[in-house]
Design a protein around this ligand. Structure first.
Ligand code: T3D
Length: 263
């Protein structure tokens, strides 16, 4: 592949993945999707990785699909967008959700279209105060994809979901935080340090426990109370056997900070 559309590096347990097509606001073409898939496959097999950090290069996070690859005009032959979703966006979202690791999205600028919803698919979303979120789909006659119709009503409520999806208004990072779409927004000059600190905190955390939290909270979206209580029992049983649980209790008793190893 000619361009390095994805930058990747692992340091101190943090795998940093950077969408790298800044001149197109990191919008996705097929090559970038393929590189991201390969990168996530590497993450899955690298046992040193304890947290994934997804961000964008330049002034934007991601503007969704590269519309330069969709150069259609009235009267042209129809295109099958379902094939694109099936091949690229659908597996990407499912992969991010299924990774047994915390996935942090550091939204460094505008997140539009699928870019906004890829961010919302991550476990913890931190945005720089000047960032924004735009459900741009309605402006080109489409629906929010990449889980947009799933996240928006769950995170922001039905009324805001409908307004956001039908109007495509820009939501500031502050508003996104106030509406519960994201974890928090951070002043631009403190953003990099804050993201690094968050990555370090999660990378030093009890990795199995964090993965179980992710699994349980996602399962709660479809489970009955009875099913959820049983899942909590099963996960707690599994975690009770972990080295990190023993370390956590010993650290508490010893009045010291725990040294979790992820085992
Ligand atoms: O097709 C399928 O596979 C189905 C799946 C679809 C998923 C989707 O994501 S559909 C939605 C696609 N995305 C959009 O509709 C967003 C389009 N972009 C924008 O609305 C605006 O660019 C932004 C609101 C995101 C940012 O606006 P602004 O004013 O800050 O920047 P800009 O000037 O519009 O963009 C800067 C450059 O990036 C510009 O290039 P230029 O003129 O400097 O050469 C612009 O054309 C380019 N760019 C921005 N977004 C895209 C893009 N180029 C290609 N595709 C884009 N999505």
């Amino acid at each position: 592949m000619a361009e390095n559309a994805i930058l990747y590096g692992v340091a101190d347990g943090v795998a940093r993945i950077t969408l790298n097509r800044p001149e197109r606001l990191n919008s996705f073409n097929d090559a970038m999707h393929a590189q991201l898939r390969e990168t996530l496959d590497r993450v899955k097999t690298d046992t040193s990785v304890r947290v994934v950090l997804l961000t964008g290069a330049g002034r934007g996070f991601c503007a969704g699909q590269d519309l330069g690859d969709r150069a259609v005009a009235p009267g042209d032959a129809p295109v099958d967008l379902g094939a694109s979703i099936e091949r690229n966006y659908l597996p990407l979202i499912l992969t991010l959700r299924a990774l047994p690791l915390p996935v942090v999205c550091a939204v460094n600028g505008v997140a539009a279209g699928a870019g906004a919803n890829i961010a919302l698919a991550c476990d913890i979303v931190v945005a720089t105060r000047s960032a924004s979120f735009i459900q741009a789909f309605c402006k080109i006659g489409l629906i929010p994809d990449s889980g947009g119709t799933y996240w928006l009503p769950r995170l922001a409520g039905a009324a805001r979901a409908m307004g956001l999806a039908m109007l495509g208004d820009k939501v500031t990072a502050e508003q996104a935080e106030a509406w519960g779409l994201i974890w928090k927004c951070v002043d631009d000059d403190k953003f990099a340090a804050s993201v690094d600190a968050l990555g370090a905190q999660l990378a030093q955390g009890p990795t199995k426990g964090l993965a179980a939290i992710k699994q349980a909270l996602h399962a709660a979206e479809r489970n009955t109370l009875d099913q959820q209580l049983k899942l909590e029992r099963d996960l707690q049983r599994m975690l009770g056997y972990s080295e990190d649980y023993r370390e956590g209790v010993a650290a508490f008793a010893g009045k010291r900070a725990p040294r979790f190893t992820g085992r």
